[in-house]
Design a protein around this ligand. Structure first.
Ligand SMILES: [Zn+2]
Length: 235
């Protein structure tokens, strides 16, 4: 199987405009910096991400799409916005088929998405998008599944960020950690300077880094083509 770290193209799915940066931003930057083509597809428009009643959902969504573009530029990735409603409802088969079309359009070797099997994950967007993308990775290479604009495409594997069980620690050099922080800082509407959630993530990055022999590391769970029952190109 192809090494996930030396592939040519990656596609990260983010339920909301900031999740991929939080879960695997340093890794995405490192891959792009190394010459890989990195795509970032944000599934929902993030319109619920405010506590300010004076800002309309449409204004929040517009603001957040700009923040997503700025963050994606920092990571050296290409942004795609699906614009589905934040918080749902999501029709599971429709979500899966949209993920299949994204995979066929971007033709990634590896897909990244949040782990839908993370214990106590209360956000339905995270569970729905993670599961839809995992299923889409299995189906996108099948010629008779949802034929459409783009040709079938077989991925090599899926990397889950915010994993229930990490089996890959992706070490971050200082430059990658700094780029991750800059990308997250682009989401000004979501995080203040002393955000406790970001502080907790920083603690986790350091704890994972200690295990990986680095200052920081992002935790991932890799499911290979075999793990996911993804048929080979000729089958
Ligand atoms: Zn989210």
């Amino acid at each position: 199987m192809q090494d996930w770290q030396t592939a040519q193209r990656y596609l990260a799915f983010s339920p909301h405009p900031d999740d991929a940066e939080l879960g695997c931003g340093g890794t995405l930057w490192r891959l792009a910096e190394g010459g890989a083509e990195v795509h970032l597809t944000v599934v929902t428009d993030g319109r619920l991400g405010t506590r300010d009643r004076s800002t309309s959902p449409e204004e929040v969504a517009h603001l957040r799409s700009g923040e997503a573009q700025a963050a994606t530029d920092v990571l050296g990735a290409r942004l795609h916005l699906l614009g589905l409603p934040d918080g749902g409802p999501h029709e599971p088969y429709d979500l899966r088929d949209q993920a299949v079309q994204e995979i066929r359009r971007c033709r990634p070797d590896f897909v990244l998405v949040c782990d839908p099997w993370l214990r106590y994950e209360a956000h339905s967007d995270h569970r729905a998008v993670g599961l839809a993308v995992a299923e889409a990775a299995l189906l996108s290479g099948l010629v008779h599944y949802a034929p459409g604009t783009f040709a079938p495409w077989t991925v090599q594997g899926v990397l889950f960020y915010f994993p229930d069980r990490a089996d890959v620690l992706s070490p971050l050099e200082p430059a990658a950690h700094a780029a991750r922080s800059r990308a997250i800082a682009c989401h000004r509407s979501q995080f203040g300077p002393e955000d406790p959630y970001l502080a907790r993530l920083e603690e986790q990055l350091r704890a994972q880094g200690a295990k990986a022999g680095a200052t920081w590391a992002e935790a991932l769970h890799l499911r290979t083509r075999t793990d996911l029952h993804i048929p080979g190109p000729r089958s």
